[in-house]
Write a protein of this length. Structure first.
Length: 67
């Protein structure tokens, strides 16, 4: 498969062989040591959920009060 696609085949039999493979891959495609920024995710689904529940409760209460 690697020969047909002009790729490279790697096979590691032990930890040292695996390290050599990682080194070869790093030489092929070095990664930039740039800082990565992580943005904290903030869940806000509860705001519309709370509004919907309060609206439903108000509708039930008004319906029972009017009956």
């Amino acid at each position: 498969m690697a020969a047909a696609t002009e790729g490279t085949y790697f096979r590691a039999g032990d930890t040292a062989g695996l390290q050599k493979i990682y080194d070869a891959i790093d030489r092929l495609e070095p990664s930039a040591d740039e800082d990565q920024y992580v943005r904290e995710a903030k869940d806000v689904f509860y705001w519309p959920l709370t509004a919907a529940l309060l609206t439903a409760l108000a509708a039930v209460w008004l319906k029972r009060r009017g009956a």
